[in-house]
Design a protein. Structure first.
Length: 300
């Protein structure tokens, strides 16, 4: 079952439903084992045999995000130095199920939110190089995302209500002051770049201590790449972040304004994770460790 603070599913996705979809649309895969892996905010994920996953939206809001992944990930995957879940097959709506769905690769390992990196300096270099390859100008028909990669001046509308939720468990005055300081920054002026949009430590797969894949691309969009750089505070210490920043800026240097906007996004994400952590120890841990990395006093 998903946590109680997860939005209600608009369609119940069961093993039986997925099996019927496979029989109808991909019969050569229909006799493989199906194991529920995750029942999250937007999608239900089943492992299909040993090397594939089936990812199906559970809400209308997520259905459009799957189409974004199906359109763009096959174009991006060949030039990225870390694997991403480019769809290998797609599924269409039926009378039983109203949305498009995806079959993609299974990546062994655990999420970086739960396991340490064996060599953080090496992984800082690798992840920075990955973002340098990703953050190139998008084609004109790439979509903007109203929640990711937009100007940081737009963040307080979402940040303030979430911060108010934390008043009884966290000292919010210091968070608010630091956030206001970070917002005093030059906005992004370059052409919109590709960005993952939801790049956090639970969307990075670690296998045998090394980053093996970057997953969950539903928020892929065109915008300010500073949004993605926030992961530097989630995975790395100060010295490792310097390595990450240099590697990410090998083509276009990551200037001070971009890095400050990235820190603003990191603080925004920390508050967001904590505001939604009532039934999620992982989100609680992600939010607390991110505030610590940002040097924020968390005493209530």
């Amino acid at each position: 079952m998903p946590p109680s603070n997860t939005p209600a599913a608009e369609v119940e996705v069961t093993v039986g439903l997925v099996r019927r979809l496979l029989v109808e649309q991909h019969p050569d895969l229909a006799d493989r084992s199906l194991t529920l892996v995750a029942n999250g905010w937007d999608n239900v994920i089943f492992r299909l045999g040993e090397d594939l996953v089936v990812r199906l939206p559970r809400r209308q809001m997520a259905a459009e995000l799957v189409l974004h992944e199906q359109r763009w990930l096959p174009l991006l995957a060949p030039r990225l130095p870390i694997p991403i879940p480019a769809p290998e097959r797609s599924g269409r709506p039926t009378d039983d199920y109203p949305w498009h769905w995806t079959i993609g690769p299974w990546f062994a390992g655990e999420v970086a939110a739960d396991v340490p990196l064996a060599d953080p300096q090496r992984e800082a270099q690798r992840l920075g190089s990955f973002l340098a390859a990703l953050h190139v100008a998008t084609p004109g028909d790439a979509l903007a995302n109203p929640y990711r990669g937009n100007p940081v001046v737009d963040l307080p509308e979402r940040f303030e209500p979430r911060l108010d939720q934390l008043a009884n468990v966290t000292e919010t005055g210091g968070i608010r002051r630091r956030f206001e300081e970070l917002l005093d920054v030059e906005e992004f002026g370059g052409p919109p770049a590709w960005l993952h949009g939801d790049l956090h430590s639970a969307n990075v797969i670690v296998d045998v201590g090394a980053i093996g894949a970057v997953i969950d691309w539903g928020d892929i969009a065109a915008g300010d790449p500073a949004c993605d750089f926030a992961i530097g505070w989630m995975l790395f210490d100060r010295a490792q972040r310097d390595i990450f920043r240099r590697a990410a800026g090998v083509v276009t240097p990551v200037d001070e304004a971009t890095w400050q906007r990235a820190e603003a996004w990191a603080l925004h994400f920390a508050v967001m994770y904590l505001a939604h952590s009532a039934d999620s120890p992982r989100l609680e841990r992600m939010g607390r460790s991110l505030l610590m990395a940002l040097g924020i006093d968390q005493r209530p």
